[in-house]
Ligand binder design. Structure first.
Ligand code: KG4
Ligand code: ZN
Length: 346
C-alpha cells in the first residue's frame, strides 16, 4: 500500500509518498518540501494570503517533482491524505482542493488528516518500536500541549497553553530583539552561540500551574528590552546573553512540566513540532528522562511524510473518513468521534 500525503496548513508546502507494505514499519519512498521563509522574511512573519497563493503555485510543481523523483504516479498510489486542520483556513483550502482534484481524477480514497496528530505520530514513523501508551509534547508555532497517547486517534490532553504557544514565545521575543525571521531558529542560534550566562534572568511564568502559559514571558522580555535598550544596541554579547535567558526560560518551563508528567506515569516521551528542533530542549529532555523520541530534523518542521503516515495508519485500520472539510481549530481529543475509531482500529 502506497500513500500520498499533502501538507499546506501554514508556510510549508510538503508532499510525500510512504510505502506501507511492511506491516512493521512505513518507509518514506520520496518527499518534497517548499519553504516560504524567503517570501515572509520581509514582513517579519507569515502573511496568510501570500502563503495561500504560494501553496497554489507550489502544489502542482511539487507533485510533478515527487513523481519524477520516485518514478511513481497516481496509478501506483492506493490513497491520499491531506491536512484539513488546524491551520490557516486559506492555506488549508488550497491543499484540500488540490487533493480533491487528484481524488476526482483517480478515484482514490481521500482521508482528512489532523496536522497535530501528524506531528505526534512522526515519533512512531521514525521509531516503529514505539507503541502507545506514551506521552507527546507538541511544541510548534501554534501549539503547546502535552498529550497522553493511548492509540490511533486516542488522545487525552494533560496540559496545554492558556495563551501563546512556545514557538510564538520564541518568534515574538526574536521580533523584540530584531533578530529577523524565522525567529525561533534565529534566537536559538544566538542563544547557543552565547552559551549559558546569568547576565539576564527572566521569570518562569506559571511554573507550578497545571497548564503552560507564555504571554507573561513575552511581557517580561518587552520590559527588559526597553530597560536595556542602550546596552542591547551597543553590545552584541548582551544580545546573545538575553537570547540565552529567553531560550532558558522557555525550555525550563517546558522541561519542568513535561518531566513531572512523564516520571509520574513512567512512560516514553515523543517531542514533536517545530520547536522540537531546539538543541537545548533536546539536550535537557534527553538528560532528564529515560526514553525520549525526537523525529529527525526534517520531520520536526511541517512536512508531507507525517500526513501520509497518519492517513496510511487509518486506512490500514479500515477507517473510511467523511468528506474533507477545513478546520482552523481541531483538537486531537475529538478525533475518536471524528473517525469513529474503536479498539480494533488501534
Ligand atoms: O511545526 P512548525 O514547523 O509549524 C507550526 O505548525 O507552527 O513549527 C514552527 C515553529 C516556529 O514558531 C519556529 O520559530 C519554531 O517552530 N522553531 C524553533 C526552532 N526551529 C523552529 N523554535 C526554537 N528553536 C528552534 N531551533
Ligand atoms: Zn506544525
Amino acid at each position: 500500500m502506497k500513500i500520498l500525503g499533502i501538507e499546506s496548513s501554514c508556510d510549508e508546502t510538503g508532499l510525500a509518498i510512504l510505502d506501507f507494505s511492511d506491516p512493521r514499519k512505513a518507509v518514506v519512498v520520496g518527499e518534497v518540501l517548499a519553504s516560504q521563509v524567503a517570501l515572509h522574511e520581509q514582513y517579519g512573519g507569515v502573511v496568510p494570503e501570500l502563503a495561500s497563493r504560494e501553496h497554489l503555485r507550489n502544489l502542482p510543481l511539487l507533485f510533478d517533482e515527487l513523481c519524477a523523483a520516485t518514478g511513481l504516479g497516481l496509478r501506483d498510489i492506493d490513497g491520499i491524505g491531506v491536512t484539513c486542520g488546524p491551520g490557516l483556513k486559506g492555506c488549508l483550502l488550497i491543499g484540500v482542493t488540490f487533493a480533491q482534484g487528484l481524488q476526482k481524477s483517480s478515484g482514490l480514497p481521500l482521508l482528512p488528516v489532523n496536522h497535530v496528530e501528524g506531528h505526534i505520530l512522526s515519533g512512531e514513523l521514525h521509531d516503529p518500536t514505539l507503541k502507545p501508551p506514551y506521552l507527546a509534547l507538541v511544541v510548534s508555532g501554534g501549539h503547546t500541549e502535552l498529550q497522553l497517547v493511548e492509540g490511533l486517534g486516542s488522545y487525552t490532553c494533560l496540559c496545554r497553553t492558556r495563551d501563546d504557544a512556545a514557538g510564538e514565545a520564541f518568534d515574538k521575543s526574536a521580533n523584540l530583539l530584531n533578530l529577523g525571521y524565522p525567529g525561533g531558529a534565529k534566537l536559538a542560534e544566538a542563544a547557543d552561540t552565547a552559551g549559558p550566562t546569568k547576565l539576564y534572568t527572566l521569570p518562569r511564568v506559571a511554573r507550578e500551574m497545571s497548564d503552560f502559559s507564555f504571554s507573561g514571558l513575552k511581557t517580561a522580555v518587552l520590559m527588559l528590552v526597553r530597560k536595556c535598550a542602550q546596552e542591547l544596541s551597543s553590545n552584541p554579547a548582551a544580545l546573545g546573553a538575553l537570547s540565552w535567558a529567553i531560550q532558558d526560560a522557555i525550555v525550563d518551563t517546558l522541561v519542568h512540566k513535561t518531566r513531572r508528567e512523564v516520571l509520574g506515569r513512567a512512560l516514553p516521551l515523543v517531542v514533536c513540532g517545530g520547536v522540537s528542533a531546539n538543541q537545548e530542549l533536546r539536550r535537557r529532555l534527553s538528560a532528564e528522562l529515560p526514553r525520549v523520541v525526537f523525529p529527525p530534523m526534517q520531520h520536526c518542521v511541517d512536512n508531507g511524510a507525517m500526513i501520509a503516515y497518519v492517513a496510511g495508519r487509518y486506512m490500514r485500520a479500515g477507517v473510511r473518513a467523511p468528506r474533507p472539510d477545513i478546520f482552523s481549530r481541531w483538537p486531537v481529543e475529538s478525533l475518536q468521534d471524528f473517525y469513529g475509531v474503536h479498539n480494533e482500529a488501534r
